[in-house]
Ligand binder design. Structure first.
Ligand code: AN0
Ligand code: CP
Length: 309
């Protein structure tokens, strides 16, 4: 928690003094590369860089850029005119810091969990790289979640419950992996609840309690963090095993908590993950949580800029 306390103190300063370092990023360029859709990460990371006086360029790879081949050795006679091995150093040459969003695509668990795309950016861009959600982690989200829990917690060591909830499409494990990793590192009591078959990589969950009974998990919780994810374990990696709406987070389940807060990284599908009444309740933190995405991004970008000086 030592490093996290330091990070939280830095975040608090940034939140209270958003323009204190508005000259730090002068004549520095932030390039944000999106392989996947985004609302919050796109806007909050731009806002964070602008608050630090940086210039910002955003590129959606799938809208307007050349389709990228990612495999070496391929005869490029198909629909992909450019190779990522050239594209990355070119993009790196136009900026001082590069942010990348590249979700797990479930084609290869080894490539996803080896962070193949993110690592190529780290290796070939020649610039500091920020993950804006890569295959296995979403650190800017987890840092914002930590800031939010630290602001709202009523006890030193809150009970934080990560609850799987149903969703029609296969989603990555990045958000729950990171959330578990950060909350365990913060020293909180972490309980993870999900149907059988949705066990996450133990690399991220060691130190948490796994409770298959969702209602039991909710008892006495200070924070409920809703999230869907697809299966991690073989042979079902990346698959939807269950869409049972008995797992939807509703008022009856929230009543089992210690007047607990509801959190979700957003975007959220109402009445699949969480009912209208819970997300609209006074205990829902989804909006302040999303607002803290500017704070987490600005704190990280500021540290990187200080390191570039
Ligand atoms: C993504 C996910 O679950 O990883 C992004 C969340 C921040 N969600 C969707 O694709 C709906
Ligand atoms: N929470 C989050 O990262 O949202 P976006 O996918 O909209 O960026």
């Amino acid at each position: 928690m030592g490093n996290l306390n330091d990070a939280l103190a830095k975040a608090k300063f940034v939140k209270e003094n958003p323009y204190a370092d508005c000259e730090l990023g002068k004549n520095k360029t932030m390039l944000l590369i999106f392989f996947n859709s985004s609302l919050r990460t796109r806007l909050s990371t731009q806002k964070a860089a602008l608050n630090l006086g940086m210039n910002v360029i955003v590129l959606d790879i799938n809208q307007g850029a050349w389709k990228l081949e990612t495999e070496r050795g391929v005869v490029m006679d198909g629909d992909k005119p450019e190779h990522i091995l050239e594209a990355i150093p070119v993009m790196g040459s136009y900026c001082d810091i590069i942010g990348v969003r590249s979700f797990a695509n479930f084609a290869s668990k080894a490539d996803d969990y080896g962070e193949k795309i993110l690592n190529q950016f780290i290796k070939l861009s020649g610039k500091p790289v920020i993950s804006m959600e890569a295959a296995t982690r979403h650190p800017l989200q987890s840092f914002a979640d930590l800031i939010t829990i630290n602001e709202y917690k009523r006890v030193e060591r809150p009970k934080v419950v990560l609850s799987w909830a149903p969703h029609p499409k296969a989603l990555p494990q990045a958000v729950p992996n990171s959330f578990a990793e950060w909350m365990i590192a913060a020293g909180y009591e972490v309980v993870i609840t999900h149907p059988k078959g949705y066990e996450l990589d133990p690399e991220f969950t060691r130190g948490a309690t796994i409770e298959y009974d969702q209602e039991k998990a909710f008892e006495g919780a200070d924070f409920i963090y809703g999230k869907n994810w697809s299966a991690y374990a073989d042979p079902n990696y990346g698959k939807v095993l269950c869409t049972d709406k008995n797992w939807t987070i509703d008022e009856r389940k929230m009543a089992l908590t210690n007047n607990g807060y509801f959190m979700h990284c957003l975007p959220v599908r109402r009445n699949m993950i969480v009912t209208d009444n819970v997300i609209e309740s006074a205990n829902s933190l989804v909006i302040p949580e999303a607002a803290n995405r500017v704070v987490s991004a600005q704190t990280v970008i500021k540290e990187i800029l200080l390191g570039l000086k």
